[in-house]
Ligand binder design. Structure first.
Ligand code: GCO
Length: 397
């Protein structure tokens, strides 16, 4: 093995899920309502998901047995605070058991405080385009960290606020299903405010753990790259999607970089997949080299002021060999970034399990573990064995 294939000592290896995508029965949030709304764009309701609410110990044990050292998951606000100001000790105790199971299995719990879902009662009084949602989120975070903080390994504040805003208020594909530029901008302002203000709340503990934002990034390309209109359009979109968030993370412990593909923009707008480039079930291009491109951009944009962690990268595919090739290429890119001096501290594969892929239902399969939808039986895929071996070796074998 050449030294080029080795990751630095202490490089972290994990997999990720989110509460609504795996727990099952999360009927008290805006997504469940959205899945069942008349005319919903959702292909299927989340239903029992992967029943992880009951099967968490098995999933964490599998994550550990494969060779990972951390598991990123989210806590569900609508379970912890099912009505305004009513906090459920039973739900908080459940998450204490989940985190205790992580520690028993030698897995660091990487806990996300908001991953796409918001309680119905919050949305009934506004939602993320309304400033009061920020105060409500801060109160939820304070109560949750008070009950759970001593067990947290790493905390992610808000998962991909840029996606929640653009899908919920720009494209109308996520709840609240609106297409309204002013609300989209208001939601972004509130998410920026929520991240800034929740960091000290989480830092106040109990516990002592790194805190960061997790941002959806894409390899933005202007086509052609010397066309001023294309470049201008691409830069305006990237400012809304990425730069305004990158502007506020410089003092954080890390930035979570989450990347799946590239975005090509011409003078008249989005271009979609390029002829000859394979596409995936979600419609975008197979483009594993996007991860390195985004790590480089995050690093240069923030002037190297914040360490990077890949908190999501992966591929929804029925072809598990294609998954291995995707991750192999993406990880080769990570090694290249590290060789250039970029401080990348870990890689988290999305996802541990085949799970509920939001509006796409259960069709895209991101898991390194297959989940039988009828029996909930888990079966490790070859990609899980392969990536686990990479994690154990801390090297791209
Ligand atoms: C995300 C989403 C995940 C998706 C994944 C695959 O953070 O983008 O958090 O929930 O399932 O990105 O599309």
């Amino acid at each position: 093995m050449t030294s080029d294939t080795r990751f630095p000592d202490g490089f972290r290896w994990g997999t990720a899920t989110a509460a609504h995508q795996v727990e099952g029965g999360n009927w008290n949030n805006d997504w469940w309502a959205w899945e069942h709304a008349p005319g919903s764009p959702c292909e299927a309701p989340s239903g029992d998901a992967c029943d992880q609410w009951n099967r968490y110990d098995q999933d964490i044990a599998l994550c550990a047995a494969l060779g990972f050292d951390n598991y990123r998951f989210s806590i569900e606000w609508s379970r912890i605070e099912p009505e305004e100001g009513e906090f459920s000790s039973a739900a908080l105790d459940h998450y204490r058991r989940v985190m205790a199971a992580c520690h028993v299995h030698g897995i660091e719990p990487v806990v996300t405080f908001h991953h796409f879902t918001t309680p119905r009662w919050v949305v009934a009084e506004g939602g993320w385009h309304t400033p009061s949602t920020v105060d409500r989120f801060l109160r939820f975070a304070e109560r949750s960290v008070g009950a759970l903080g001593d067990l947290i390994g790493t905390a992610c504040t808000i998962n991909e606020p840029n996606i929640v805003s653009v899908m919920g208020y720009g494209l109308g594909l996520f709840p609240p299903g609106r297409v309204d530029r002013a609300e989209l901008e208001a939601a972004n302002v509130n998410f920026l405010d929520a991240h800034r203000r929740v960091v000290p709340v989480l830092k106040a503990g109990p516990g002592d753990f790194a805190v960061g934002l997790t941002l959806s990034m894409a390899d933005y390309q202007a086509v052609p790259d010397d066309d001023a209109d294309a470049v201008g359009r691409m830069e305006r979109e990237r400012r809304m999607m990425e730069d305004q968030f990158l502007d506020i993370v410089g003092d954080d412990d890390f930035l979570g970089v989450q990347v799946y593909s590239r975005t090509r923009i011409g003078p008249a707008g989005h271009l979609g997949p390029e002829a000859g480039v394979p596409t995936l079930p979600m419609g975008y291009e197979y483009w594993p080299q996007s991860l390195a491109a985004c790590l480089r951009r995050a690093w240069s944009y923030t002037s190297g002021s914040v360490p990077l962690v890949v908190t999501e990268n992966g591929i929804g595919t029925d072809d598990d060999a294609q998954r291995i090739e995707y991750v192999r290429t993406a990880l080769g890119g990570v090694l290249g970034c590290i060789a250039e001096g970029i401080d990348v501290r870990g890689y988290t594969y999305w996802s541990l399990l085949d799970n509920f892929e939001w509006a796409f239902g259960y069709r895209p399969r991101f898991g390194i573990i297959e989940v039988d939808r009828a029996t909930q039986a888990r079966t490790v895929k070859p990609s899980g064995q392969w990536l686990g071996a990479v994690a154990r070796a801390n090297a791209l074998t």
